[in-house]
Design a protein around this ligand. Structure first.
Ligand SMILES: Cc1cc2nc3c(=O)[nH]c(=O)nc-3n(C[C@H](O)[C@H](O)[C@H](O)COP(=O)(O)O)c2cc1C
Length: 451
């Protein structure tokens, strides 16, 4: 039997995902808004034969703790992701191009049109990460004091998805005929305007662009809550996993795929991509030493804000050079349990606050190792059905990404678990996903043969 193949996406942030990435790499002022910078990163990802290049997004800057954010400016200066991907479509030819867009802060018509355009421009390489957005900074930019409650956000996301996919089905695949003899550009029988009146949206009309080459751009999600997992089982085709170890990942994989048959879906039509941060070196020790150096570059102000966010309490009144009293730890986590537990563990070990700021990784799974060790871990997770592949993050760009392309990818290829070249040209083909039928087209009836 053919070996199961890894699917690999990567989350790209200018400079890298590490909190001090901009200090750890060669200074490239202005990289976050420089198309040439991203073209180079996308080229490296395509040389590595990744399935897709991914951009996260929240429609907001931070407006508090500016001293800290000025030292670690994630979220503060970013190109609009769909615009950036559209530009990258022109400088790449195979790699999938995916980005986040929020169901809380867009209208379905805008999203349907934007991703359909990206899918046409890239010739079938678009992916949409459907999120409900989980921060109040974004809410405040859209006339709200705070986010609507979790269940309301997910109810809205379901309806949003239904409307967007209906809009993508406005035109049958062969509606645009450009028949010069008849003098007709499209077949009116193959145009199906949407008439939708729901709790959140009212849409009466059709999408003004032909059906996307992939039918629908690939639907990606990452919600880990009950509501998030149900939504994913119903609608997602790729899910970013957030497990902290292989056993948790196996349980998540089983749980998610097990929910799909109830919605009439084949579990193979959803690819679970486990999150992992990778640092490749000559040995695990050498890679870890490099990572420790980057950790030492995290300014205490930045460290304190990261802890405030993830321990869900402000420790800035404490002496940086004293241990943190245990009674300052809140009873339980509200946002991200794994982050909370990591900080709690560091406090329990008696580290000073300054040390904690520099030791806290916020990485759920971080792999330090030689190329073979990294490949071993990836192969083990794939073979034990902990995932169908990985959503990789690289702490410092471009070096850690180049190391992966040059040193780990050839090992994965030699083991026969990762492509040597793209076999297809759309993101659906890379991921092994079926192209959705237009809902207005019924499967042709079987021909009956007389006699
Ligand atoms: C790899 C990855 C990328 C994500 N990207 C975004 C993003 O760009 N924007 C966003 O608002 N949330 C993003 N999220 C968060 C989730 O999509 C989701 O909103 C969050 O987990 C809360 O949903 P839940 O309550 O269902 O768990 C990301 C999560 C992961 C694991």
């Amino acid at each position: 039997m053919a070996q199961k193949q890894l699917r690999i996406g990567t989350l790209i942030e200018a400079y890298g995902l590490h909190a001090a990435a901009w200090l750890a790499t060669d200074p490239a002022p202005g990289a976050p808004t420089d198309i040439a910078y991203f073209q180079n990163i996308a080229r490296i990802c395509e040389e590595a034969k990744f399935d897709f290049f991914f951009l996260a997004d929240t429609p907001a800057t931070r407006t508090t703790d500016l001293e800290a954010w000025s030292r670690s400016p994630m979220y503060m200066n970013q190109l609009e992701p769909i615009t950036l991907l559209t530009a990258l479509a022109g400088s790449t030819s195979k790699i999938g191009l995916a980005a986040t867009a929020s169901t809380s802060f867009y209208e379905p018509y805008n999203i349907a049109r934007l991703y359909a355009s990206l899918d046409h421009i890239s010739k079938g390489r678009a992916g949409w990460n459907v999120v409900t957005t989980a921060n109040n900074f974004a809410a405040k930019n859209f006339g709200l004091d705070r986010l609507p409650p979790h269940d309301k956000r997910y109810a809205k996301a379901h309806e949003f998805y239904d409307v967007v996919t209906a809009l993508w089905d406005t035109w049958e695949d062969d509606a645009w005929i450009y028949d010069r003899e008849e003098g007709l550009t499209f077949d009116t029988a193959k145009f199906h305007p949407v008439s939708h009146k729901g709790e959140f949206f009212t849409v009466e009309g059709g999408l003004n662009i032909a059906r996307p080459p992939q039918g629908y751009p690939v639907i990606i999600e990452a919600g880990a809550s009950e509501a998030g997992k149900t939504f994913a089982a119903q609608t997602a085709e790729a899910v970013f996993g957030v497990a902290t170890d292989v056993d948790e990942a196996i349980a998540f994989y089983k749980d998610l795929k097990g929910r799909m048959p109830a919605f009439g879906r084949d579990p193979d039509q959803l690819k679970v991509l486990a999150g992992a941060t990778i640092v490749v070196g000559d040995s695990a020790e050498e890679a870890k030493a490099r990572f420790d150096h980057w950790q030492s570059l995290i300014h205490p102000e930045v460290g304190l804000v990261r802890i405030k966010q993830d321990l869900e309490t402000d420790l800035s009144d404490l002496d940086l050079d004293q241990p943190v009293p245990m009674d300052r730890i809140p009873e339980k986590a509200n946002f991200h349990a794994a982050y909370f537990e990591e900080i709690k563990g560091l406090i329990a070990k008696g580290h000073t606050l300054r040390e904690i700021c520099q030791k806290y990784t916020r990485a759920k799974v971080t792999i330090f190792g030689s190329p073979e060790e990294v490949a071993d871990m990836m192969q083990e997770w794939l073979e034990r059905e902990a995932c169908d592949g990985f959503m990789l993050t690289f702490p410092v760009l471009p070096s850690t990404l180049e190391d992966f392309r040059d040193r780990v990818v050839p090992v994965l290829q030699a083991r026969g678990i990762f492509r040597r070249d793209y076999e297809g040209s759309t993101l659906r083909e890379h991921l092994g996903l079926a192209r959705p039928e237009n809902r207005h087209v019924t499967a042709p009836a079987l021909e009956t043969v007389d006699g």
